[in-house]
Write a protein that binds this ligand. Structure first.
Ligand code: GTP
Ligand code: MG
Length: 197
């Protein structure tokens, strides 16, 4: 898919204030610092479209970006940021969960997982919750440039194995690097395919 345009639309915490749910949308979620915003920039080939930071907790709102005037990419705050206060955590749960469960135009949730690590409970729990809610999701393993392809494949296999205890069919996965801009074509092709359906 060719990205002809990619523009920031709005930031929200209130689900009622989101853009009208008339276009298909795709949300990026995962631990703080996993590389959600960076991957959105890599996918759209726009460096500063989504704000990124070396420090976790950068994205705090539900951010809508409109792509080719046809569909939305949604950048979400991360979970599992240790320094977040209890109240912040509770707020996150409330508005993110409300967004994910109530957004009628949400086609697919992309769950980002850091490819450097062994399966983490917080990521597995989040996938489980998505499954419970009946929300369609796909997996993206990020930061693949940081270690060997063999190590990445090992961690991907371990994560898939852990998920297979809960899911009869483990969702498809993508391996990406926002730094090296790898894995982006496959994700855009997948979005294209869903948009065509
Ligand atoms: P929050 O908004 O805080 O939840 O984080 P995020 O998931 O949006 O992460 P962000 O895109 O801001 O990236 C966090 C840090 O990881 C930044 O320093 C990025 O440069 C770095 N980073 C992201 N993706 C990659 C990647 O593929 N490779 C490498 N080497 N670094 C990456
Ligand atoms: Mg972010």
């Amino acid at each position: 898919m060719l990205i002809k345009s990619a523009e920031f639309v709005c930031s929200n915490t209130d689900v009622r204030q989101l853009p009208a749910a008339q276009l298909p949308e795709y949300a990026f979620i995962g631990r703080s610092n996993v590389g959600k915003s960076s991957l959105i920039n890599a996918l759209t080939n726009r460096k500063g479209l989504a704000k990124t930071s070396q420090k976790p907790g950068k994205t705090q709102l539900i951010n809508h970006f409109i792509i080719n005037n046809l569909w939305y990419l949604v950048d979400l705050p991360g979970y599992g940021f240790a320094q977040t206060s209890k109240k912040n955590k509770a707020d996150w749960q409330k508005f993110i969960r409300a967004y994910l469960t109530q957004r009628e135009s949400l086609q697919c949730v992309f769950v980002l997982i850091d490819s450097r690590h062994e399966p983490q409970k917080i990521d597995l729990d989040f996938c489980f919750w998505l499954g419970e809610q009946g929300l369609p999701f796909l997996l993206i393993f990020t930061k693949a440039d940081k270690q060997s392809a063999v190590k990445t494949d090992q961690n991907v296999a371990k994560f898939r194995k852990a998920l297979s205890k809960w899911f009869e069919v483990v969702p498809q996965n993508f391996i990406t690097s926002a730094e090296a801009k790898t894995g982006t074509t496959a994700i855009l092709a997948e979005i294209d395919a869903i948009n065509q359906n």
